[in-house]
Design a protein around this ligand. Structure first.
Ligand SMILES: [Zn+2]
Length: 158
C-alpha cells in the first residue's frame, strides 16, 4: 500500500521589516528610521535536528520515537514564536511529502487514466487507472481490495 513519508520540515514566513533592527541591522537606531525592501522577503526557518542536542549529536531515530511528530511540534513552536513578531507575516509549517510502496519501498506510482488505456503500460486487460506500477505485491493488494482478477501467475514463486 501507499505509505507517506514527511521530510524537510521547515517554517516559512514573510518578513516585512519596518525598522533596520527588524533585519538585524542594529546600532543605527538613533540615526535611522525606516528600512525598505524591493519586495516581500520569504524565508524558510529550518528546525534544529532532533539528534542535535548541543553537547552531542546522534541520529534522529536515536533521539526520537516519533520523528515526524517531534519535527512537527518543533516547527509549530518555531511558528508560534515567529507569529509574535510584528514584522513577520504568513507563518506556516511546511514539509515535503514522498509516497512509497510498503512492499518494495520504491517511490509510489500508479497508472494514469491515459496509461490505463495504453497497452504498453498496463499489466493486462484488468488494469485500471490508479493501479500501482512498482511491484506485483502492490498490484495484488490493489486488485484484491477491488475484486479485480489477479495477474496471471500471481501467487506463484518467481
Ligand atoms: Zn511496490
Amino acid at each position: 500500500m501507499r505509505k507517506t513519508h514527511r521530510d524537510e520540515w521547515r517554517v516559512t514566513a514573510i518578513v516585512k521589516p519596518r525598522r533596520p533592527a527588524d533585519l538585524g541591522l542594529t546600532g543605527i537606531g538613533e540615526l535611522a528610521e525606516f528600512v525598505a525592501t524591493s519586495g516581500p522577503i520569504t524565508v524558510a526557518v529550518l528546525p534544529r535536528r532532533l539528534g542535535s542536542l548541543g553537547w552531542v549529536s546522534m541520529s534522529d531515530s536515536l533521539a526520537s520515537r516519533d520523528i515526524e511528530g517531534d519535527y512537527r511540534r518543533r516547527c509549530e513552536a518555531i511558528a508560534a514564536e515567529l507569529r509574535k513578531l510584528p514584522h513577520v507575516d504568513e507563518v506556516a509549517v511546511a514539509y515535503t511529502e514522498t509516497h512509497f510502496c510498503s512492499h518494495c519501498n520504491l517511490q509510489w506510482d500508479v497508472l494514469t487514466e491515459a496509461e490505463a488505456t495504453d497497452d504498453g503500460c498496463v499489466q493486462d486487460e484488468h488494469s485500471i487507472a490508479g493501479e500501482p506500477v512498482c511491484c506485483e505485491a502492490a498490484i495484488a493488494e490493489f486488485r484484491a481490495e477491488r475484486g479485480i482478477p489477479q495477474l496471471a501467475g500471481a501467487g506463484e514463486s518467481a
